[in-house]
Design a protein around this ligand. Structure first.
Ligand code: CA
Length: 326
C-alpha cells in the first residue's frame, strides 16, 4: 500500500482533541506518520504527552520532537491541567518519555526535502514550527505536498441559545499571529479546517457510550480524557471570564486527520482568506456577534482551500469506529 506520509504537529494537552487526533491517526494503517511535533507553550511537556499516547497505542516507534517553546508572538498560556489522565506522576520523570529531539522545525525541512511533494503537514495547534521551518528554508513551501491547518473562523456560527460558539479570535491562529502571517504569505498549499466547521462534529451521546464501553487501551485512554474534560472546559472558560456549563466534545483536531485520509469528509471552496488579529493576545472568546464574515476581499485570487461543510455523521461514526477498533 502506498501510504500517505504525514507530520502531525500539535499543542498536546490543552484540549482533549489533540490526543483524540493522534490516537485516531495511529488507528489508520494508510498513514505513514513520519514525525509527531509539539507546539506552543511548554513544548517539552506536550511532547511527553504525545510520547505517552503513542506508548498507549503501542506505536512508540513514531518519533516525537518538541517544537519551539512559547510562540513567535511572545508568551503562551498553559492551564496547568495539561496531561491530566494521560501522564501519571511517574510518567513525568520517565526518561523514556523524553522527546526524541528538540528541533521540530528541522524535522519538517528534512522530511519535505527527503520526500518532495509527498508530505502532508497537519497542524492542530499554532503554526509556529512550520513558520520556523519556512524561515530557515523557504523551499518548504514548494516541497510540502500540503499543509492542513485546524484553525481560524470563516463563518461564525450561533447556537440555538443565540450564543456564538465560534470564537471571534480562534485559539490556534491567535496564539501565534506572527507565525500565522509567515505561513499565510509563504505560498504553501493550505487547506484550512476552521472552527465553524469543526463545531459541526461533536461526538453524540451514543458514540461516547460506545467508546466508554470498549475495552481496548486506546478507547480506555479516550474515555479517561473524556472524564476530566468538563472540569477542564469550565476552567478554560472561566479563565477568559465566561462561566459556562459543559457543552460538548467536538472533534476539532481529528477532522484534520480525517481530511488527510479522505477529502470527501468535507465540502471545500477555494477562497481568499486573510488573517485578522486583535492588538492583544488576551483571549476574548465567545463574544456574541453574528454579523461578520472572515472571508474578505472578493477581488483577490483564492489563496487556500477551505472546508465549508462536513459530513458530520459519517465522520463521527468513522472516528468512533477507529477509536474502538481492536
Ligand atoms: Ca489543538
Amino acid at each position: 500500500m502506498n501510504k500517505k506520509k504525514v507530520i502531525i504537529d500539535s499543542d498536546y494537552g490543552t484540549y482533549y482533541d489533540d490526543a483524540f487526533a493522534l490516537l485516531y491517526a495511529v488507528q489508520n494503517e494508510e498513514l505513514d506518520i513520519l514525525a509527531v511535533n509539539s507546539s506552543y507553550g511548554d513544548t517539552k511537556l506536550r511532547a511527553r504527552i504525545a510520547k505517552k499516547l503513542l506508548r498507549v497505542a503501542n506505536r512508540s516507534e513514531i518519533p516525537v520532537y518538541a517544537g519551539i517553546p512559547g510562540s513567535m508572538s511572545g508568551g503562551a498560556y498553559m492551564f496547568g491541567f495539561e496531561g491530566q489522565n494521560i501522564l501519571t506522576e511517574e510518567d513525568l520523570e520517565d526518561p523514556t518519555l523524553e522527546p526524541d529531539g528538540y528541533n521540530a522545525d528541522d524535522v519538517i525541512i528534512e522530511a519535505v526535502t527527503k520526500y518532495p511533494h509527498e508530505v502532508t503537514i497537519i497542524t492542530t495547534g499554532t503554526v509556529t514550527n512550520v513558520a520556523a521551518a519556512l524561515i530557515k528554508e523557504p523551499k518548504v513551501a514548494e516541497l510540502a505536498k500540503e499543509l492542513i491547518i485546524m484553525g481560524g473562523v470563516i463563518v461564525p456560527i450561533v447556537d440555538e441559545k443565540g450564543i456564538s460558539r465560534s470564537p471571534i479570535e480562534e485559539y490556534n491562529l491567535n496564539n501565534d499571529t506572527f507565525a500565522t502571517q509567515i505561513v499565510w504569505k509563504s505560498g504553501i498549499n493550505i487547506t484550512l479546517v476552521p472552527i465553524d466547521v469543526t463545531l459541526k462534529v461533536p461526538l453524540s451521546k451514543e458514540q461516547i457510550e460506545k467508546i466508554q464501553t470498549t475495552d481496548t487501551p486506546i478507547a480506555k485512554q479516550v474515555s479517561d480524557i473524556i472524564s476530566v474534560w468538563p472540569e477542564q472546559e469550565y476552567l478554560i472558560y472561566t479563565s477568559v471570564g465566561i462561566p459556562t456549563e459543559f457543552t460538548g466534545l467536538w472533534l476539532h483536531d481529528p477532522l484534520t486527520i480525517g481530511v488527510a485520509l479522505d477529502r470527501s469528509f468535507i465540502k471545500e471552496a477555494k477562497l481568499h482568506v486573510d488573517a485578522e488579529f486583535a492588538p492583544t493576545v488576551i483571549l476574548r472568546d465567545m463574544i456574541v456577534r453574528d454579523d461578520i464574515l472572515r472571508t474578505i476581499p472578493k477581488k483577490m485570487a483564492p489563496n487556500m482551500n477551505v472546508a465549508i461543510g462536513v459530513d458530520n455523521i459519517r465522520f463521527t461514526e468513522e472516528f468512533t469506529n477507529k477509536i474502538c477498533k481492536k
